[in-house]
Design a protein around this ligand. Structure first.
Ligand SMILES: [Zn+2]
Length: 280
C-alpha cells in the first residue's frame, strides 16, 4: 500500500483524536450555571460535535479505521505489553480530584434541595450586605464578604462570601451577577481563594456540596445557607441510616444531607447521612 495513503490515513485519525480530546472539555463548561444555554460557545461546541461525527462517518475515515483494526490484528508484536500495569492503575479508586460524573439538572424534580413554593426570592447583589447583617446575629454560623483588596467595601463580581462554623469549617461561596439582572448565581466551579483541604472529610463535603449545586444550579443563596448551617454538628451528628457518627467504611462523618419534606406534625428538615449509606 502506498506510503502516502497510509500517512494520510494516520494524519486523519490523529486529527480526529485531537478534536475528540478538545470536545471532552465541553460538558464541564455546560455546567457553568452563569452561562446562558444558548451562549455562542456552546452552540460552537455542538457544531463541532456534529462536524466530528460527520467526519467519522465519512468513507475515508471509516476505511482508515478498518485498515488500522486489520493492521493491529495482523501485528503479532506485543504493543500492549504495558497492559497489565495499565489495568492495575485503572483499578485504583478515584482520587477526590477526579472529575465528577455529569449530573443532569434540567428538571426541577432532580434537585437535591427542597423545592417549595415559599422559597425566598433569590438574593440580589445589593441585598447581600443586608442579608449578612441580619444573618450573623441570629445564627451561630457567620458570613463575611471576602474581598481581594483588604478593607475594600466594593462588592466584587463574582462576589465571594466566607462562611464559617467556628472550630468546624470555613468555606467560600462564589457568586456571579449581571449588572442588568443582579441575581446572585452560585458558581459550582472550585475556584475558592484558598486551596482544597487536605482532610478527607472536607474533600467529601465539598464534593457533596458541588453535587447538590449541580442538581439545582439556580438555588438561592439563602437555601444554600440553610443547608450549610446543618454542618455545625458534622462531628457529633449520627447518620440517620446506620446511626453511627463515623462511617464503618472510611471513618468519615455524615457529609450527605437528605431533605425530608414537612409531615403532618413535623417541619421539613435536612437529615445527615453517610455518603456510603443508602440515600433513600
Ligand atoms: Zn451511615
Amino acid at each position: 500500500m502506498a506510503v502516502e495513503r497510509l500517512s494520510s490515513m494516520i494524519s486523519s485519525l490523529s486529527d480526529i483524536q485531537s478534536r475528540l480530546q478538545q470536545l471532552r472539555n465541553a460538558p464541564p463548561s455546560l455546567l457553568k450555571s452563569s452561562m446562558p444555554f444558548s451562549s455562542p460557545s456552546i452552540r460552537h461546541d455542538f457544531q463541532q460535535l456534529k462536524e466530528l461525527a460527520d467526519t467519522i462517518r465519512s468513507d475515508s475515515v471509516q476505511e482508515a479505521l478498518r485498515t488500522a483494526t486489520n493492521s493491529e490484528r495482523a501485528d503479532k508484536s506485543d504493543l500492549n505489553r504495558n497492559g497489565r500495569r495499565e489495568t492495575r492503575k485503572r483499578r485504583r479508586p478515584p482520587s477526590p480530584d477526579s472529575p465528577q460524573p455529569f449530573i443532569p439538572y434540567d428538571t426541577r424534580s432532580s434537585s437535591l434541595f427542597p423545592v417549595t413554593s415559599d422559597e425566598p426570592p433569590a438574593l440580589r447583589a445589593h441585598e447581600l450586605a443586608g442579608y449578612i447583617r441580619e444573618f450573623n446575629p441570629t445564627h451561630s454560623c457567620k458570613l463575611h464578604i471576602w474581598t481581594r483588596i483588604p478593607g475594600s467595601t466594593q462588592l466584587g463580581n463574582p462576589a465571594v462570601v466566607r462562611f464559617t462554623i467556628r472550630d468546624v469549617l470555613v468555606c467560600y461561596v462564589t457568586m456571579a451577577y449581571a449588572p442588568s439582572d443582579p441575581v446572585l448565581v452560585i458558581e459550582t466551579e472550585k475556584k475558592s481563594p484558598h486551596s482544597q483541604s487536605d482532610f478527607l472529610v472536607y474533600q467529601s463535603l465539598s464534593q457533596q456540596i458541588a453535587k447538590m449545586l449541580q442538581s439545582h444550579p439556580r438555588v438561592s443563596f439563602q437555601s444554600l445557607m440553610n443547608l450549610m448551617c446543618t454542618y455545625e454538628g458534622i462531628f457529633i451528628d449520627r447518620c440517620t441510616s446506620c446511626e453511627r457518627v463515623l462511617s464503618a467504611e472510611g471513618h468519615v462523618p455524615p457529609v450527605v444531607r437528605i431533605w425530608l419534606d414537612a409531615g403532618k406534625d413535623s417541619k421539613g428538615r435536612w437529615e445527615p447521612r453517610h455518603a456510603s449509606c443508602p440515600q433513600t
